[in-house]
Ligand binder design. Sequence first.
Ligand code: F0G
Length: 415
Amino acid sequence: MMWSRLQCIGCGKSWPLAEERYQCKECGDLLEVVYDLPVLSKQIDRSAWEKRRFGVWRYRELIPVGNNRTEITLGEGGTNLYECKRLGEELGLPHLYVKNEGENPTGSFKDRGMTVGVTRALEIGVRTVVCASTGNTSASLAAYTARAGLRCVVLIPTGKIAFGKLAQAMIHGALVVQVQGNFDEALNLVFQLCRRHKEAYLLNSVNPFRLEGQKTLAYEVWEQSMGTEPDVLVTPVGNAGNISAIWKGFSELNSLGFLEKLPRLFGVQAEGAAPIAESVKKGRKDIIMKDAPETIATAIRIGAPISWKKALRAIYGSNGGAEIVSDEEILTAQRLLARYEGLFVEPASASPIAALKKMLNAGMISRSDRIVCVATGHGLKDPDAVTHTYEPPLEIKAELSEIEKLLGVVEVPVR
Ligand code: F0G
């Protein structure tokens, strides 16, 4: 596309999209895809969007790869935005919504980025793609590369990712490598590998093309809440690509003149892995990395988030904020969402719900706000987080009297 280019978020230097790089050649900072939005706005026909499937590729004018035939797609995006009346009542928030990203093909929001990233990999002719992952990225990349016929190598921290995600990466035929250490160390290794071997294409969220897919979450929320656009959007933060992508999506809609108002963005991190939230709470413009991140929310067990600068830009630029939640608060929120709304999400994805009460009490949000929480991944990804926390099911003989006896004494909770 002539009207888009890669631009450094630090020094502002830009390159043609065709040039393959992840970081600025001048200053080493992160890159992003920028568009000539005034030109694009004349080419976008919103009624054409309405005729397309609701999902990532509906917005193809704002995605810098693919040509309507070459996309590697599994039908990603187009997830539901649920109004959560019962949970909202419990929390004292009458306008609460959940964007359920667990409905994506591999069960997480990562698919939005991978459909774009893997399409890009094919366009530039690489054969091998690589990522480091806390689980979902590897599951998604493994699926999309299988569909594209590309080789896939995923590096995961030894013994530290949820079982469902590992099974996904394995069944799709990725080379799954356990790295002794944490996610941050695995990502560092992937960087070294891709720097030395140009034929290995890096598909972590430092790759700006992935974020071009992930930003469509914002486009969808805008379409789904036309006329009642959110005041606040709350999302978990790990490596910090997604909050950056969501902000980019809303900002682009705003520049195109489509948006009534920009939402305030809030990032939530888990205690023990909260370098960005700790900084935001102090009003800092930099972050202090954490050496040994720890939380039950394995997806966001990250101490050195690569996209921290973009995340701070999203948070400060939207007049938003950040919150920190404990593992216990996360598990409680996971249960509340499951029992009040029928939505089963993985622990990391419950962190925005866990943060709401705290944010309300601290005056960061108000009761009248329209709030969208992003539920980033499906609960079945990490069943251990549930089965290890609950009593095992009761067991009886296969006799009617046994179940009758039980129903007489055991209270089945009214929810
Ligand atoms: N929620 C889930 C379920 C995730 O898997 C991740 C990230 C996040 C939230 C945070 O998103 O990194 O863009 O800030 N998972 C990555 C992975 C790191 O490897 O699957 P982020």
